[in-house]
Design a protein around this ligand. Structure first.
Ligand code: SF4
Length: 797
């Protein structure tokens, strides 16, 4: 028999178990955290229960039913991906990883409704043909290989429980409670129905949630004749009003500092807690536990180099193993234990893949992406906590409110949080109609009703005040719905502001140009006011965090690493050991002026290593093709008509007949299109080129100018004035972005005209107006929040 326990609060469930003397219940929970909570709640009541996750419960049942070679046949998601990917590749199918993954995910989703190929085919009629064929292919292979995956394990157990041939000692009449499931898939509902034929199943559901169910929601999918509904709830009253502190957007941290958090349960109105949310809370004395992702950056760094190589051609598996093993050795020397863990997991997955077939001796880009994804599923999940000892209060998120009892509590809502809205259906109307006829569908309204019921319990059990960002209720409909039955009583607080509104539209003043650099000129061409604020008034608001690396810091460090590397080894092959040493030395030198924590240092160093390694390799290849000599940070100085022209070229490369003028950037924001350079929107390279010509530093030599993107070498863009030699450059360096600019003299004449007019304008203006050349210029301007700028078109729109 299946018993629906209609509860008003979670306590009703615990009380029911005690009062009705439910002996030795097995409580099945959706995840380990809830299973732990249930166990400790029963312990507080001096009784113990077997509290397990649904995954463990299913496995235990199948084992006790002696399903033939279960452990050999069961495959988790990551293993399944690798097996299917290996077969896919072996059959010579198209090695498009994104398409394969999309098909795999769709297959897994539909499988939660039914294992039938007929159902699958009917749903797939609504998707594109190629995707549909791939999904069917995956389905057939899993069938042929006799694999048991998560969903088939539910159906398999259901079938066995309905059959007549269960072992005689297989238990029955057990008390099994399925607790705290927000959603049950069709396969899970089917299993519960089968279990209820032999055992006593209990499913606690909040009364309002149960009574508000539609035919799409999972509680409506149980057999009426074998289900009884039990009123297990005790009603309680809710306060009519909730004391509420309204704080201005962006001032949560400041506001929380005005409160005493002593003996408070602080609840963040989000489904999870991340690092940036923690930083907003004055957390010195707060006990918390938040998920911490410390592996993914290391993992991406470990895989990136292999991935890049695999884009060119496949690699024998022993070479990849050798590479990874060498990285492990280096990791041991450098004490990079996170990195070592990532590599070992990846090696495991590679070994597993190799064992699948004797033909698996080379890895292609497609297979590596599969192995990478499968490994990432196995990366350890860690939590960050505060070990300070004496805590004044405790931090929770929305998923934990039912564990807060009899406390003073503050519940905080901010527009930065994920909020209370839940995920809705991902299917098209047709697919939803079809799937809704064969199994339950997830509805955001249903999820919200569950959250509301838990919120009411929390309000009832604790003394709660809300901390609400001003204006949030008007934008967040789900939050509005959750709070609509309460009057939010405004509580005055100690945070006060006297608001002054500044509006800049122009600044009256004059500027006499005595020195000119490329960045100064660029700033004027971008916006007169921005130029005048920086150079005329010396106002250049720049916030620097002592504990965080800024983009400017990173740019300076990366430029320096490249320069120092070539100063040690001006020519020859890439020396990884030297590069590593230079990265550490240069980074540490800059870090001495800051106070980065270990994570910031690790992440910063990782970027420096990754970005500079690829650029150095690129420069080495360029050098060996043309026989270049490099000068880094080449200073240019020239006086002309009373103005001192000055600049520093990141990389000036020279050979007998060639000169390269190169600039390093950390993104391609200033050279996304050829037009930006060709039509002088960005003048830096033209400024350098003009000075080099005027100084006679490239007489009779062919000149190439260009940007090297440190973050992605593929964005590197070169421009030149000789079509044939540009073709050679493009081919030799495998560049996709190379542009012929036409006649050098003509272009320089055009640029000189722009430069001349800008200089005249700077010297003659009496008022500098907020008039950006492109709205993107304002994104990086320190006064963009208070600037009454004139209209500018967004080039991207
Ligand atoms: S916000 Fe835009 S318009 Fe205003 S000064 Fe800055 S760049 Fe110029």
């Amino acid at each position: 028999m299946l018993n629906i326990l209609k509860i008003n609060q979670s306590k009703d469930f615990y009380r029911y178990v005690q009062e009705h003397n439910l002996i030795d219940p097995i409580v099945v929970c959706p995840n380990p955290t809830i299973a732990d909570q249930v166990r400790s709640q029963f312990l507080k009541m001096s009784s113990s229960v077997e509290s397990v996750t649904i995954a463990k419960f299913i496995r235990d049942q199948l084992m006790s039913l002696e399903v033939e070679e279960l452990s050999q046949r069961y495959r988790g998601k990551s293993e399944l991906m690798v097996i299917l990917g290996a077969i896919w590749a072996k059959l010579g199918k198209e090695k498009d990883y994104k398409k394969f993954k999309k098909a795999f995910n769709l297959f897994t989703e539909i499988r939660s409704f039914s294992l039938s190929e007929q159902v699958l085919a009917a749903v797939l009629e609504n998707y594109d043909e190629e995707l549909g064929e791939t999904v069917i292919w995956i389905h057939r292979f899993i069938d042929q290989l006799n694999i048991i995956d998560e969903h088939s394990s539910y159906f398999l157990l259901s079938e066995m429980l309905r059959g007549q041939e269960l072992p005689v000692d297989y238990p029955k009449e057990r008390i099994i409670i399925f607790y705290n499931f927000e959603f049950l898939t069709g396969s899970q509902v089917d299993l519960l129905r089968s279990l209820s034929l032999r055992d006593h199943l209990y499913i606690p559901i909040f009364k309002n949630v149960y009574e508000g169910c539609t035919s799409l929601d999972w509680p409506s999918w149980f057999d009426q004749h074998n289900t009884q509904v039990i009123e297990a709830g005790q009603s309680f009253s809710l306060p009519e009003e909730l004391p509420t502190f309204f704080y201005p957007k962006g001032y949560l941290n400041k506001f929380l500092h005005t409160l005493s958090l002593k003996d408070q349960a602080l609840v963040l109105g989000s489904k999870d807690i991340n690092r940036s949310m923690l930083q907003e809370v004055p957390n010195r004395l707060i006990k918390y536990k938040a998920p911490l992702d410390i592996y993914s950056t290391q993992f991406l760094a470990v895989t990136k180099e292999i991935e890049e190589k695999l884009k060119l051609s496949s690699i024998p598996i022993h070479e990849i193993r050798d590479f990874l093993q060498a990285e492990v050795k280096q990791g041991i020397l450098d004490k990079k234990f996170l990195k070592i863990k990532c590599i070992l997991l990846l090696l495991n997955k590679i070994n597993y893949w190799a064992e699948l077939s004797d033909d698996n001796i080379e890895i292609t880009h497609f297979e590596f992406l599969l192995l990478k994804e499968a490994t990432s599923l196995d990366l350890p999940r860690l939590n960050l906590t505060n070990l300070k000892g004496q805590f004044e209060g405790e931090l929770y998120h929305l998923g934990q409110i039912e564990n807060i009892n009899h406390q003073q509590s503050l519940m905080v809502f901010s527009s930065h949080y994920q909020g209370v809205s839940m995920g809705g259906s991902r299917y098209t109307e047709n697919v939803e109609q079809y799937l809704g006829a064969i199994g339950p569908l997830r509805r955001s309204e249903f999820d919200l009703e569950i959250l509301k019921a838990k919120f009411h319990e929390y309000i009832h059990t604790n003394t709660v005040s809300l901390v609400l960002e001003e204006g949030l209720l008007e934008h967040d409909l789900a939050l509005n719905n959750m709070l609509e039955s309460f009057h939010l009583k405004n509580v005055p607080h100690a945070l006060t502001f006297s608001k002054t509104q500044y509006q800049f539209s122009s600044w009256q003043g004059e500027y006499q140009l005595k020195r000119l650099s490329a960045s100064k000129l660029q700033k004027f061409l971008d916006c007169q006011l921005k130029f005048y604020l920086q150079y005329g008034q010396r106002i250049n608001p720049l916030i620097e965090y002592q504990t965080e690396t800024s983009p400017i810091d990173m740019g300076v460090i990366e430029h320096e690493v490249i320069e120092v590397y070539f100063s040690h080894l001006p020519q020859g092959e890439f020396d990884a050991e030297l590069h590593q040493k230079v990265c550490i030395e240069v980074f540490q030198k800059h870090a001495q002026q800051k106070s980065y924590d270990q994570l910031e240092t690790e992440v910063g160093l990782l970027e420096v290593r990754t970005y500079t390694a690829q650029v150095i390799k690129f420069l080495i290849a360029l050098q060996s093709h043309y026989g270049l000599t490099y000068q880094f940070e080449k200073s240019i100085q020239l006086e002309k008509e009373g103005i001192q022209y000055e600049g520093m070229i990141d990389c000036f490369a020279e050979a007998d007949t060639k000169v390269f003028i190169l600039d390093f950037k950390r993104s391609n924001a200033s050279f996304r299109t050829f037009k930006m350079i060709e039509e002088f929107e960005q003048i830096q390279l033209w400024f350098y080129l003009s000075r080099i010509q005027e100084l006679g530093l490239a007489s009779n030599k062919e000149i190439v100018i260009g940007y090297i993107d440190l973050s992605n070498i593929e964005n590197t863009t070169f421009f030149g004035f000789d079509e044939d030699s540009l073709k050679d450059l493009k081919q030799a360096m495998s560049l996709s972005k190379v542009k012929y600019l036409g006649e050098l003299d003509e272009k320089l004449k055009h640029y000189a005209d722009i430069e001349h007019k800008a200089i005249q304008s700077i010297n003659s203006l009496k008022e500098f107006v907020a008039m950006p050349s492109d709205i993107k210029v304002c994104h990086f301007c320190g006064i963009n929040k208070i600037c009454a700028r004139e209209e500018a078109s967004d080039a991207s729109s």
